[in-house]
Design a protein around this ligand. Structure first.
Ligand SMILES: [Zn+2]
Length: 270
């Protein structure tokens, strides 16, 4: 008797999207022969922005392919690092973060990544801004990743900001420019001399801290201070993570070999 099912082999990195009761690599799906691969994969619970190369009976296939009963499909996760189309002059992807990812947003800005974030945006508005500004939408909402109109999205793994950041850096291995962006508003920092911003600093700060920048949008002054060590640790770990992600990448997929460029706004702090 003919095999009525399509057999899918789902990559380990994608199993988290399957319901716990069906969380295994081997999947059988009934089909009428008119469903697309993309539809079948989504029906398992896996959002398409998380899916990488597909094969059908060993040959590369597109999500729009209509498999027939008896065929074997392999479903890979997106490659890491995942290439993102950049516009001329753009050195790293831009991002837009879903409403619950505020801590991650501040850390990404610390690393110089252009990161838009609002704590009060609904799903349609997120998609509109992400598409209009060619930003990668980062979310933990799988429904949002299923929206057909979305240009590029990615699921953020883990609930811990440390792990979320590492996941993001391993996935995109973006070029970092630490200490160049306002963590509060995402504005770019411009060089600021100490005497220029003295009014904004308390006496203790003025004596013992180095000013390194001022936000060109909101005016916030940034200096290396009591919390600098913690932030420096986050930056150092991020730089290492990106370097490792790029080193582990197949040739030609990771872009420039160095993970850090010198900042344009910081002064004298390296
Ligand atoms: Zn700012």
């Amino acid at each position: 008797m003919d095999d009525p099912d399509i057999h899918l082999d789902v990559a380990a990195d994608l199993l988290l999207f399957l319901p716990a009761s069906r969380r295994r690599a081997e999947q059988r799906v009934a089909t009428d022969g008119t469903s697309t691969l993309g539809h079948l994969i989504e029906s398992l619970g896996v959002p398409l922005p998380e899916v990488g190369p597909l094969t059908v009976d060993g040959a590369p296939a597109d999500p729009s392919h209509q498999p027939v009963p008896g065929q074997r499909v392999t479903v890979a996760a997106v490659p890491r690092p995942q290439p993102v189309p950049l516009e001329p002059g753009q050195r790293a992807p831009r991002f837009l973060l879903d409403v619950h990812l505020g801590t991650l947003a501040r850390r990404m800005r610390l690393l110089g990544l252009d990161t838009a974030y609002h704590n009060d945006m609904d799903d349609p508005a997120l998609v509109v801004q992400a598409n209009a500004e060619r930003r990668v939408l980062l979310t933990q909402d799988r429904g949002l990743l299923r929206r057909r109109a979305l240009w590029l999205g990615a699921h953020v793994r883990s609930s811990r900001p440390d792990d979320q950041l590492r996941d993001l850096l391993e996935r995109f291995a973006p070029e970092l420019s630490p200490w160049t962006r306002c963590t509060a508003c995402n504005g770019e920092l411009v060089a600021a001399a100490k005497d220029e911003v003295e009014d904004a600093l308390a006496d203790g700060t003025r004596r013992s801290y180095d000013v390194y920048g001022k936000c060109s949008d909101c005016g916030q002054v940034y200096w290396r201070g009591a919390h600098g060590d913690h932030l420096a640790e986050i930056v150092d770990a991020a730089v290492r993570t990106v370097a490792e992600a790029r080193a582990a990448a197949p040739n030609g997929t990771a872009g420039p070999s160095e993970g850090v460029s010198s900042g344009t706004g910081a002064s004298g702090t390296g």
